[in-house]
Design a protein around this ligand. Structure first.
Ligand code: A2R
Length: 310
């Protein structure tokens, strides 16, 4: 059987399918990573996830590596240039997770706008008998600015329209055949919207793209939603502005140093937190795992991969 290096653990459906076709070598279990890589240096196949990725160092230690199959759509933790230079194919799991991530985007917005989490706590604290919960905002009639009208961004736009919201977007390029107004400047868009939803890839070119100026432009009545990568937002600036009231709210599924996060956020009632759950549904995770497997099997059979990145 072909050797396959697996960087982090995967769900049983993936382990079972891959186990039939590959000898799986578990990197995360190895005490001595250098020895582990020396012992698996013949491996042509590697499976990883969006968090652990794959460094050039690992690629160097596996000189026969032909394919990296990534569980997740974001590949910013994989050194894509190094893979390209070495002729290593990289695949990811796009599309199959777009519905789940878009659903959570709307869920986070509803949670923040209608204060669902805080109102739940209000009841659990026994406060309802002493008076009703304060009035909240409403999504209908508000404006959402999508940073990254890609596969997931478009699913968010569709759902936002069903919620009677006005949709605008920012990206590096205008998409002429999309019906939504385009902003060439992220800051200008932030100034005009109630909700700024970030759903673009991580990496050097997008680090802290949502900076202090963008957040200030969003303002005391605006809220930022992040489902892309923690690195997209200047987290320290966001916390400052949330504290001073210069930013109205935040609903976050991703964090700069997750699972660690600034505990300042925990005490804020104008913040909704989610532990990187965007694609974390039974259905979507099964489909992502299936795609990881099918990409590896396609390559093993000498066929083109199904969802190539490189
Ligand atoms: O910039 P464009 O027009 O190529 O639009 C892409 C946008 N994007 C950016 N926007 C502003 N500044 C940038 N430096 C920048 N880089 C990329 O992000 C495009 O509309 C969007 C990405 O869309 P897709 O490639 O279809 O990705 P998908 O499947 O929607 O996933 C987005 C991200 C993942 O990379 C994960 O980090 C996360 O959502 O789960």
């Amino acid at each position: 059987m072909d050797d396959l290096v697996m960087i982090g653990p995967m769900q049983s459906s993936v382990m079972d399918s891959l186990g039939k076709k590959f000898e799986i070598h578990r990197y995360w279990e190895a005490g001595n990573k250098v020895d582990f890589l020396a012992q698996t240096s013949n491996a042509r196949f590697l499976a990883t996830n969006g968090h652990d990725g794959c460094s050039a160092k690992i690629m160097d230690a596996l000189p026969k590596l032909e394919i990296i199959s990534c569980y997740g759509v974001g590949t910013d933790s994989i050194d894509l240039q190094a893979a390209k230079d070495r002729g290593i194919r990289v695949t990811n799991t796009p599309e199959v997770l777009s519905d789940a991530v878009a659903e959570l985007a709307l869920g986070l917005m509803l949670g923040l706008c209608r204060r669902i989490v805080d109102a739940d706590q209000f009841i659990r604290d026994g406060k309802w008998t002493s008076g009703g919960y304060p009035l909240t905002g409403e999504l209908a009639g508000s404006k959402i600015g999508i940073l990254g009208l890609g596969r997931i961004g478009k699913e968010i736009a569709t759902r936002a329209q069903a919620f009677k919201m006005q949709v605008v977007y920012h990206g590096r390029t205008e998409q002429r055949f999309e019906p939504f107004p385009y902003y060439a400047s992220l800051e200008d868009m932030a100034r005009d919207v109630d909700w700024l939803v970030a759903v673009i890839p991580g990496g050097a070119s997008t680090t802290k793209l949502v900076d202090r100026n963008v957040l200030k432009a969003l303002g005391p009545k605006g809220a930022v939603i992040n489902l892309g990568r923690g690195s997209l937002i200047d987290e320290a600036a966001m916390i400052d502005l949330l504290k001073s009231g210069e930013l109205g709210g935040a609903a976050l599924d991703v964090f700069e140093e997750e699972p660690k996060m600034p505990e300042d956020l925990w005490a804020m009632s104008n913040v909704v937190l989610s532990p990187h759950q965007g694609s974390a549904t039974e259905k979507t995770r099964w489909a992502m795992g299936d795609l990881v497997v099918r990409n590896l099997l396609a390559h093993q059979d000498g066929m083109p991969t199904i969802t190539p990145v490189v």
